[in-house]
Design a protein around this ligand. Structure first.
Ligand code: NDP
Ligand code: MG
Length: 378
């Protein structure tokens, strides 16, 4: 399959798994970006021969330039470099796998440049879903989901011509490492406890979001934008085993689901090869030995972040940017050992109360809401 791909965030969990798929499917790499993981980036550049590599950290970029002096790989730095990688003419596809709202501007740039977007960076849609989806419509850019739940929804919606036939989207939720715990028990949870996810191995930020269940709230907003659904048509079911990746319930009560082993390389690959399917590196699901599948209701009282995200989903406008900005700031503080686990939700709640919401925001409104929320959360 001849494809030339740029990965924004190639040294992360999604980035590394994307390269695994690219290698397996004999695709080519146009550009790679990272923040400061110089050593891994050097290795990736030597293996995949991109035209361009970008380190957003200036010192890391200078270091990488020296390391790659014997090659013809171009090295750039900073946000300008990231934007250049997003629009590099030789790529047809951009995988957005940076973590956080920093992905917004490069995603918009890639859409404008007519690239196929394989979107992992959910914070972008949470902050500016209306702007991003409107830009994609205007530019006739295809956005394909990498997030496993959204890929499952995408696959379960294939063939559906009338969104009016969809009763609701149902996102499955593993419940995270703290499933079944009380608020009292969560008081003393450490960074190490929270980083131990039962089913998925992911970057630190999304792993904490999975422990607070904020991740599922972000995914509700992501699904609303991707599939043009109101919040009341997106439900969550707790499914501890992460075998069913999400479902669509239709108006005749039929439910269509996508199943698979918990392996991100499958949704990454489908975003790259759609509408075709090809053999790939992901693990098969052993249905005969995977044990019983269970379903339950999320606990919104214990996991306040999820309740706050659902509130932001209903409010719309810049509420998503406020929720996300405050959460990014609070999670960084938790990872740095500066606040306790339950304080993440408190900080987000505080920011949501403090920062006024703007409906139908411009990009400037979104950036201002993000900034104000970060300040309020700290
Ligand atoms: P990681 O933390 O593993 O990787 C993040 C990547 O972004 C790294 O390449 C990192 O570079 C780069 N990066 C970090 N900070 C910046 C910055 N300020 N500017 C530019 N680049 C930066 O994250 P994941 O791969 O886990 O997640 C990436 C995105 O995909 C997130 O939005 C997440 O929500 C989403 N996602 C992830 C899933 C998963 O299974 N991991 C599943 C579904 C969605 P460096 O290594 O140099 O720090
Ligand atoms: Mg997900």
């Amino acid at each position: 399959m001849s494809k030339r791909i740029t990965i924004l965030g190639s040294t992360g969990s999604i980035g590394r798994q994307s390269l695994d798929v690219i290698e397996h499917c004999a695709m080519e790499v146009a550009a790679l970006t990272a923040h400061s993981s110089v050593e891994l980036m050097e290795k990736q550049a030597r293996q995949f021969h991109p035209e361009l590599v970008v380190m957003t950290d200036e010192k890391a970029a200078a270091d990488l330039k020296v390391r790659l002096a014997d090659t013809d790989v171009n090295v750039l730095s900073g946000m300008e470099g990231l934007l250049e990688a997003a629009v590099i003419p030789s790529a047809d596809t951009v995988i957005t796998a940076v973590v956080g709202m920093v992905g917004l501007r490069p995603t918009l740039a890639a859409i404008k440049a007519g690239k196929r977007i394989c979107l992992a960076n959910k914070e972008t849609l949470v902050c500016a879903g209306e702007l991003v989806m409107a830009a994609a419509k205007r530019e006739k850019a295809v956005i394909l989901p990498v997030d496993s739940e959204h890929s499952a929804l995408f696959q379960s919606l294939e063939g559906n011509k009338d969104r009016g036939e969809v009763k609701r989207l149902i996102l499955t939720c593993s419940g995270g490492p703290f499933y079944g715990k009380t608020r009292k028990e969560l008081e003393n949870m450490t960074r190490e406890d929270a980083l131990r996810h039962p089913n998925w191995s992911m970057g630190a930020k999304i792993t904490i979001d999975s422990a607070t269940l904020m991740n599922k709230g972000l995914e509700v907003i992501e699904a609303m934008h991707l599939y043009d659904m109101p919040p009341e048509k997106v439900s969550i079911v707790v499914h501890r085993e992460s075998i069913i990746h999400s479902l669509v319930e239709y108006c005749d009560n039929a439910m269509i689901a996508q199943l698979g082993a918990p392996d991100m390389r499958l949704p990454i690959q489908y975003a790259l090869t759609w509408p075709k399917r090809v053999p790939g590196p992901s693990n098969p699901l052993d249905l005969w030995n995977c044990g019983p599948l269970t379903f339950g209701t999320p606990d919104l009282d214990t996991f306040k972040c999820l309740a706050l995200a659902l509130e932001a989903a209903k409010t719309g406008g810049t509420a998503g940017a406020i929720l996300n900005g405050a959460n990014e700031a609070a999670v960084a503080q938790f990872l740095a050992g500066k606040i306790r686990f339950l304080e993440i939700a408190d900080r987000v709640e505080k920011a949501m109360a403090a920062v006024p919401v703007v409906q139908t925001p411009t990009l400037e409104d979104v950036l201002a809401a993000d900034q104000a929320a970060r300040e309020a959360a700290l």
